[in-house]
Design a protein around this ligand. Structure first.
Ligand code: NAD
Ligand code: ZN
Length: 506
C-alpha cells in the first residue's frame, strides 16, 4: 500500500510527501509536477490555454498510472483529483492521508499565487466546502496542515493500523498524539499503538471491567471504581493514586483509562498528578467519551460546589475509540452521548450539522470521526481555553449548573447538556433552531424539560462557571447559526432567569 497525500490547495501536500518520503528512505512523487512535465507547461497555462476539463483528464490519467506504479511509494495528489470516481476507487487500496487545513489558512497561503482556482474568495470557499466532504470520506489518516513536518511521527503511529480503522493526528501546543477510531479496534483486533511502550495499569469502573476488562493485554495492574459521576471526586483520585502505588506503577509505565467520561477525567487527572505526571491512554467506551471527553486533555474531578472544579490539562499519549463497544451501552447512555454529538454539530455547522439534522446515526464511525475532528481542530488552536476553546462549552454553563444543583445524581451529563442547549438557543434568539433541537433531543429519548431542580438555584449555580473572571458576568457561548458560535457573550440576569424558567415550564 502506498502513502497518498490528499487535501485542499495550500494544505502542504508536497511538503508532507517529502517529509514522509524522507522517513521511508524513498522519493516523493507529485501528480501536478508529473502532469506539467508530460504536458510541457505549468498547470496555470494548461487551464488558460486548454481549459479545466483538459487538465482534469490529464490529471486523472496520471494519478491512476502513478497509483499503479510499483516504483511509487509516496504520492501527493492534486486538490481536485478526488472528484474522479476512478481515482476514489483506486485510493481504496492505499493509505490515504488527508492534510486538513482551515479555510482562512488555505486562502492566506494561496491567494495571489496565480492559481486558477484561487482568484475569487467566494468560489474558493464553495470549492473548499464541497471538497472537504470528499476528503473526509476518503481519509484513513487525518493530519493538520500545521504539522507537515510531523510525518515521521505520524508514520510511526500508524504502524499496524488495522484496515478500516482511522487515525486523527491530534496536534496541541503541549504535545501531539494519535487518536484512532475503528470498529473492533480493541474488542477484536486488540490494537495497541507501537509508539506507547511501558507496563499498562488499567483504571476502569465496575461495569466496564466486567465487559471489556480483558481487552487490554498485557495488563500489569487494575483499579476499579464504582460506575457513575459520584466517583469523580478527590476521594476517588486518592484511591486510584494509592492503588497505583501499591501495584508498583513507575514513571515508565502508562495508565489506561478504560471507560466513559468519568473514568477518563478521573484517570487522566490521576495520571497528570501521579509522580508529577505519567502518560495515559484513553480507551473511551461511551458515546460521550468517543465523541468528546477522551480528546483534548482536560482532566479533573468535581466538588460538591461545582463541576470539574479541580483538575489539570494533560494530553493523552493516544486515544483508542472502538465504536463496537457502544453496542452494549444502555439506551439512556447512548442518548446522553447524543447530546454531545448535537452540541458538536451545532458548533461545526456544515456537513456534520446537516447530517445530524437529517437524523444520521450518532453511533456511526463517520459521525464519531467528524465529532472528534471538530473537537481536535478547536483544541489545536486553543489548548488552554484562552478563547476559542470555549465554544465547546455550548450548553454547558447551564448544563453543569443543573448537574451541580441536583447533586450529580438526577441527570446524566448529556441530559443536562441537552437542557443547557435549549437555554443557550433561547438566549441566542434562534427560536426555529431551538424547536428543531428540542425535537431531535426528544426523538433520541432526551429530556426537554427541567424537573426536580429550582430554576433560580440553577441560575445561582451558573455564577461558579470556571470561565467567569472575578465578580464579572458569566460569559456565555451563544450561536448566530449552526457553525457560527460566539464566546464571551454577556447575558442580562433577567434573560437568563426567564430562559431557565422557560425550560422548567415547557
Ligand atoms: P460515565 O463515564 O459515567 O459512563 C456512563 C455509564 O455507562 C457508566 O455506568 C458506565 O459504567 C457505563 N458504561 C461505559 N461504557 C459502557 C459500555 N461500553 N457498555 C455498557 N456500559 C458502559 O459517563 P459519560 O457520559 O461517559 O461521561 C460523563 C463525564 O464526562 C462527565 O463527568 C463529564 O463532565 C465528562 N466530560 C468531560 C469532557 C472533557 O473534555 N474532559 C467532555 C465531556 C464530558
Ligand atoms: Zn460535555
Amino acid at each position: 500500500r502506498k502513502l497518498v497525500l490528499i487535501g485542499f490547495m495550500g494544505a502542504g501536500k508536497s511538503t508532507a510527501a517529502r517529509s514522509a518520503a524522507e522517513a521511508l528512505g524513498t522519493r516523493a512523487f507529485d501528480v501536478d509536477r508529473v502532469v506539467e512535465e508530460r504536458l510541457g507547461k505549468p498547470v496555470a497555462d494548461v487551464f488558460a490555454q486548454d481549459g479545466e476539463a483538459a487538465f482534469r483528464s490529464a490529471e486523472e490519467q496520471t494519478t491512476l498510472e502513478l497509483l499503479d506504479d510499483s516504483a511509487v511509494q509516496v504520492l501527493a495528489l492534486g486538490g481536485g483529483a478526488t472528484a474522479s470516481q476512478l481515482v476514489r476507487q483506486a485510493l481504496g487500496r492505499h493509505v490515504v492521508v488527508w492534510l486538513d487545513i482551515g479555510l482562512d489558512t488555505a486562502w492566506d497561503r494561496v491567494a495571489g499565487s496565480g492559481r486558477p482556482l484561487a482568484r475569487d474568495r467566494d468560489s474558493f470557499q464553495r470549492l473548499y466546502e464541497q471538497r472537504q466532504t470528499s476528503y473526509e470520506a476518503l481519509a484513513d489518516v487525518t493530519v493538520s496542515g500545521e504539522r507537515l513536518e510531523s510525518m515521521p511521527e505520524v508514520l510511526d503511529a500508524i504502524q499496524g493500523l488495522p484496515q478500516g480503522a482511522r487515525m486523527l493526528w491530534a496536534a496541541t501546543a503541549s504535545s501531539d498524539y494519535p487518536a484512532y477510531v475503528g470498529p473492533g479496534l480493541i474488542t477484536q483486533q486488540r490494537f495497541w499503538p507501537a509508539t506507547v511502550d511501558g507496563r499498562r495499569f488499567v483504571v476502569t469502573d465496575g461495569r466496564v471491567a466486567g465487559l471489556y476488562g480483558e481487552a487490554i493485554q498485557p495488563q500489569d495492574g487494575r483499579v476499579v471504581i464504582m460506575p457513575g459521576e459520584q466517583s469523580k471526586t478527590v476521594a476517588h483520585a486518592d484511591i486510584v493514586w494509592t492503588e497505583l502505588a501499591r501495584a508498583g506503577m513507575t514513571r515508565q509505565d502508562v495508565v489506561v483509562a478504560l471507560g466513559g467520561g468519568v473514568v477518563g477525567d478521573l484517570a487522566g487527572f490521576c495520571a497528570a498528578t501521579y509522580q508529577r505526571g505519567v502518560r495515559y491512554v484513553q480507551v473511551p467506551t461511551t458515546l460521550v467519551a468517543q465523541v468528546d471527553s477522551a480528546y483534548g486533555g482536560k482532566t479533573g474531578v468535581d466538588l460538591a460546589q461545582a463541576k470539574n472544579y479541580v483538575g489539570a490539562y494533560h494530553q493523552p499519549a493516544a486515544v483508542l475509540s472502538d465504536p463496537g463497544v457502544l453496542q452494549t451501552l444502555p439506551e439512556a447512555e447512548r442518548a446522553s452521548g447524543y447530546a454531545e454529538v448535537l452540541k458538536t454539530a451545532l458548533i461545526a455547522g456544515g456537513p456534520l450539522w446537516e447530517q445530524i439534522a437529517a437524523g444520521a446515526d450518532p453511533l456511526s464511525v463517520e459521525v464519531i470521526v467528524a465529532c472528534a475532528r471538530t473537537k481536535l481542530r478547536v483544541v489545536e488552536r486553543d489548548e488552554r481555553d484562552a478563547g476559542l476553546r470555549q465554544v465547546l462549552n455550548l450548553g454547558h454553563t447551564v448544563g453543569h449548573a443543573i448537574e451541580t444543583v441536583t447533586g450529580y445524581a438526577r441527570y446524566r451529563h448529556g441530559e443536562a447538556v441537552g437542557l443547557g442547549l435549549l437555554v443557550a438557543l433561547r438566549l441566542s434568539e434562534l427560536e426555529d433552531l431551538r424547536q428543531q433541537v428540542a425535537d431531535l433531543l426528544a426523538a433520541h429519548g432526551l429530556p426537554t424539560r427541567l424537573e426536580g431542580a429550582d430554576p433560580d438555584a440553577v441560575v445561582m449555580a451558573t455564577a461558579r462557571d470556571k470561565k467567569r473572571v472575578g465578580e464579572g458576568p458569566v460569559p456565555f457561548v451563544l450561536l448566530e447559526a449552526p457553525g457560527r458560535p460566539r464566546v464571551g457573550c454577556e447575558v442580562p440576569p433577567r434573560a437568563l432567569i426567564e430562559a431557565v424558567r422557560e425550560v422548567a415550564a415547557s
